[in-house]
Design a protein around this ligand. Structure first.
Ligand code: PLP
Length: 377
């Protein structure tokens, strides 16, 4: 099955009972048992729900793993994955990881004795330097947010295997349509499905796929024990979103390429961050491990004042956090998504006050370019 077909026919795509071509929303918490323990595979909806199960089978198929899991948000998914570990364990993470991931590792999970170190994983040597006797996993986000840095997934996974560590990849920005980390050696891939997978700014959700029965069993135990599951309505919305993921990503990609070209040639733009640019430091790795470069672009206009002026004049790009939706979004990471990262650390990472991040939507690209043109004047 080719990729676009799998998005529509993967997992469980019809209802065997009625022939409905869309999996029904099983709005139910419990299931009748014919006798004690004699049921049709579902007992209680925290443990398993048919609509959520259909979504979990689908994401498993499109990421190419052993089992899928749906959570109430990307952060619930990330937290559940880290709960696979124990007190005293240590995780190495990408330094410009999603702000919420940084926060949960350093302000919540640290209180349960899980230690973390943040390094520039786009340089594999820096990972090796941080491996300690209690290190259990390498957690990478690629491309990163907002600087679109790229980590070599295959290289990181090889390194992890050599040291007996798990490789976890946050694949939110690339989506399973462009990038499949498990095929490149990762053990666990996760998503904020709130973004491209949902795609319509109408659902908050998280997805995880693991590559072994052992991890599947362990993660199901955590999911069922801690209970951060996705409800049936939202599971259904994600199944619907996934059906158009392929055509949406193709269109995001084409529009983004045109916008990147426009921004690169604009005198008011100091620097453009996009893995599809040949000048991007890890362009070759991005090309090797992903079939597309995605719809996220960051660019530096030089100062907070200039960024504010752009925001005042822009019309079609909605000022909002989040990304990956049909509508184009714009944000200033230093004061929005990355505000929880201390100012000095932001400076270290290169998240300047003039940095603007856009998520290119599905509007007509000519309108989007005209809009950027007038706003940059
Ligand atoms: C949004 C996001 C998250 C968190 O997901 P939520 O659905 O908002 O909880 C994690 N990682 C990345 C890369 C994100 O963009």
């Amino acid at each position: 099955m080719k990729r676009k077909t799998k998005l529509i026919h993967g997992g469980i795509s019809t209802d065997p009972l009625t022939g409905a071509v869309s999996v029904p929303i099983y709005q139910v918490s419990t299931y009748k048992q014919e006798g004690v323990g004699n049921h049709k595979g579902f007992e209680y909806s925290r443990t398993g729900n048919p609509t959520r199960h259909a979504l979990e089978e689908l994401i498993k198929d499109i990421e190419g793993g052993t089992a899928g899991f749906a959570f109430g948000s990307g952060m619930a998914a990330i937290t559940a994955v880290i709960m696979l570990f124990n007190k005293g364990d240590h995780v190495i993470l990408t330094d410009d990881v999603y702000g919420g991931t940084f926060r949960v590792m350093t302000k919540v999970l640290n209180r349960f004795g899980i230690d973390s170190t943040f390094v520039d994983t786009s340089n594999l040597d820096t990972i090796v330097e941080e491996i300690k006797p209690n290190t259990v996993a390498i957690y990478i986000e690629t491309p990163t947010n907002p600087l679109l840095k790229i980590t070599d997934i295959e290289g990181a996974a090889r390194l992890a295997k050599e040291h007996g560590l798990l490789t976890i990849v946050d694949n939110t920005f690339s989506t399973p349509y462009w990038q499949n980390p498990i095929e490149q050696g990762a053990d666990i891939v996760l998503h904020s499905a709130t973004k491209y997978i949902g795609g319509h700014s109408d659902v908050v959700a998280g997805l995880v796929v693991v590559n072994s029965e052992k991890l599947a069993e362990e993660l199901h135990f955590v999911q069922n024990s801690t209970g951060g599951v996705l409800g049936p309505q939202d599971s259904w919305l994600l199944i619907r979103g996934i059906k158009t993921l392929g055509i949406r990503m193709e269109e995001h990609e084409a529009s983004t390429a045109a916008i990147v070209q426009f921004l690169t040639n604009h005198p008011a733009v100091k620097k453009v961050f996009y893995p599809g640019l040949e000048s991007h430091p890890n362009h070759d790795i991005a090309k090797k491990q992903s079939r597309g470069f995605g719809g996220m672009v960051s660019f530096d206009v030089g100062s907070e004042q200039k960024a504010d002026k752009l925001l005042q004049k822009i019309h079609y790009f909605t000022l909002a956090e989040s990304l990956g939706a049909v509508e184009s979004l714009i944000s200033v990471p230093a004061r929005m998504t990355h505000a929880s990262i201390p100012a000095e650390r932001r400076a270290e990472l290169g998240i300047t006050d003039g940095l603007v991040r856009i998520s290119v939507g599905l509007e007509d690209v000519e309108d989007l370019i005209d809009d950027l043109k007038q706003a940059l004047e």
